[in-house]
Design a protein around this ligand. Structure first.
Ligand code: ATP
Ligand code: MG
Length: 564
């Protein structure tokens, strides 16, 4: 994990903000915002931006806003607005009454644009998009002035008003800042401030025929809200001079400061909203909440807790340079968290029938099982034990390798919370040779509290009583992509060609202990010896469904090896 927090606990953003507070900038106030565009659902990268924006404000007893950056009507939707709020609340942040929409500022933004025109700082250009692009120049060649750059203020005001009124087709004119076509920074070569888009806006309806660009709307929205520090990702670094130019030219009262930090990138996944939408629309995943996606909805359904995500974002730190975070870092955070909070239970994913021949038929004994050894307050429960049980197929071997301490003919093992048993014989399908059931005997003295309770054997297995077990479907997940960086699209290979065909395994016939019968969706459990699981939202009164959140131990080393 990399972070630029060289001197102790503070990263460069926190250091800078602390200096501003000390110097009394903005009267010592700290006010940040998280500005999502409502054109998709949030992912783990957004969580990093949310945690950063909101916690730096909290640390300085400041405030934070939630602002929907909804200036591009074509892809935005109110459903995303609702869902984004839900996800941020779930993460544990409360913006109180400070929920804003850039679209609420459309009139003010328009007036700022009029001011720029009046001051000779903006003009209406009537070149086509292609012509504007061609005139922009390149990194090594400066651009050329548009013939419309010298239009009079009066003509500009008239055209801009008529653009607003809907008199022109999309693309007929744009409003551009009049800065410098020879600037080495292409963003300053008379950037577009307004475009004609005669489409309705999900909030503003048909009120507008022109919409401001991000570069114009963002600094002004920040300023209107009294934002002191506008934290954004590195791709906006080259836009910072434009951010400054807009605030200066509009002569605003509150001059927010833009500070860039590195995006969170994770391997074996994609995070661009466009790509996520493609995966959802084309059915490669079951929806935005597919547990294989690193969307907040996907992570929640997978069993990630908000605390684990916040801890992860903190541990990743704030860097000035882009890097890639490995999946084990995220999995470590959830394991640590669930280790503290998840009840331990017994669940058999690949059942093998075990019959204890000397255990009385019809007898049921209640075994006492500890709910969470990490949390004394979690108490205990009883688990029924009877003559017929299920154990994991993997826990039995007829011809075991060396050092196989699980069940094998003639060898004793302990059944967790219950007796020591010894395998006596195996019943096989005569035709296929498949093992149908395993017969054992038990030692009645080895139960907890019995005279031989402390007798040690090398292996301990989890089990469920066949008559009492509840059937469940368990979904196991592997990484969605087989390549560490699927978005790289090297040699024109589409990211979808790296989709892992084995990313989802459904085990339809698992057997879980009866205490799970009424488990509620979202509840986390540790299935002993197998990993952390949570109850999936597909669970109904008739069908229990679990997702594996994460295995007990890191298995990524193996996956990396396979994909090389
Ligand atoms: P896309 O990546 O699909 O272009 P976006 O993720 O940038 O879109 P926004 O809604 O504009 O979508 O993001 C809101 C905020 O979240 C922005 O300030 C952006 O800088 C930040 N953000 C987005 N992705 C990440 C990321 N991977 N890591 C950190 N911050 C991010
Ligand atoms: Mg963006």
């Amino acid at each position: 994990m990399t972070s630029d927090s060289s001197s102790g606990s503070k990263d460069f953003i926190r250091t800078l903000i602390a200096q501003d507070v000390k110097a009394g900038k903005h009267g010592g106030r700290v006010h940040t915002r998280f500005p999502p565009e409502p054109n998709g659902h949030l992912h783990i990268g957004h969580a990093k931006a949310i945690c950063l924006n909101f916690t730096v404000a909290e640390e300085q007893h400041g405030r934070y806003n939630l602002r929907f950056d909804d200036t591009n009507p074509s892809k935005e939707h109110v459903d995303y607005v609702t869902s984004i709020q839900e996800d941020i609340r779930w993460l544990g942040f409360d913006w109180e009454d400070r929920l804003f929409h850039a679209s609420d500022y459309f009139e003010q933004l328009y007036q700022f644009a009029v001011k720029l025109i009046r001051d000779g700082n903006a003009y209406v250009d009537s070149l086509s998009a292609d012509e504007i692009r061609a005139n922009r120049g390149t990194l090594t060649e400066s651009g050329t002035d548009s013939p419309h750059r010298i239009r009079s203020v009066t003509e500009n005001l008239d055209l801009f008003a008529r653009m607003r009124a809907g008199e022109f087709e999309d693309g007929a004119h744009v409003l551009r800042a009049k800065i410098d076509m020879t600037s080495p920074n292409i963003n300053l070569r008379d950037p577009t401030l307004y475009r004609i888009r005669r489409v309705p806006h999900y909030r503003a309806g048909n009120a507008w025929n022109i919409y401001p660009t991000y570069d114009f709307a963002h600094p002004l929205s920040d300023s209107l809200e009294g934002i002191t520090h506008s934290l954004c990702t590195l791709e906006f670094q080259d836009h910072r001079p434009l951010y400054e130019w807009v605030l200066n030219a509009c002569q605003v009262d509150c001059h927010s400061q833009q500070i860039e930090f590195a995006r969170l990138n994770m391997n074996y996944t994609v995070m661009s909203k466009r790509k996520l939408l493609q995966l959802v629309d084309e059915g490669h995943v079951s929806g935005w909440d597919d547990p294989r996606l690193l969307t907040l909805k996907g992570l929640r359904r997978r069993g990630y807790t908000p605390e684990s995500i916040r801890t992860f974002c903190e541990q990743v730190g704030v860097a000035k340079r882009d890097g890639i975070i490995e999946m084990p870092a995220l999995e470590h955070a959830i394991r640590e968290d669930l280790n503290r909070r998840a009840f331990r239970v017994m669940a058999v994913l690949h059942p093998l029938k075990v019959i204890i021949d000397n255990f009385p038929e019809g007898q049921v004994e209640d075994m006492n099982a500890v709910n969470n050894p990490e949390d004394a307050a979690a108490g205990s429960r009883t688990v029924p034990f009877s003559r017929e049980l299920y154990i994991e197929q993997d826990d039995f071997r007829e011809d075991p390798p060396k050092k196989f301490f699980r069940m094998t003919p003639g060898q004793e093992v302990r059944l967790r919370y219950a007796y020591i048993v010894r395998c006596e014989r195996v019943v096989k399908d005569e035709q296929t040779g498949a093992i149908l059931e395993v017969h054992c005997t038990y030692d009645p003295d080895t139960r907890s509290g019995g005279p031989q309770a402390g007798r040690k054997v090398k292996g301990t297995l989890h089990w469920v009583s066949a008559a009492h077990a509840v059937s469940a479907e368990v979904r196991l997940y592997e990484s969605l992509f087989t390549k560490a960086n699927p978005a790289e699209e090297k040699n024109g290979v589409d990211f979808r060609s790296y989709l892992n065909p084995d990313s989802l395994h459904i085990l339809p016939n698992c057997q879980v202990e009866p205490s799970l019968a009424d488990a509620k969706p979202g509840t986390p459990y540790q299935f002993e010896r197998q990993g952390y699981f949570c109850v999936d939202s597909d669970t109904t009164a008739d069908k229990l469904v679990f997702n594996r959140t994460v295995a007990l131990r890191d298995s990524w080393a193996k996956i990396e090896k396979k994909s090389q």
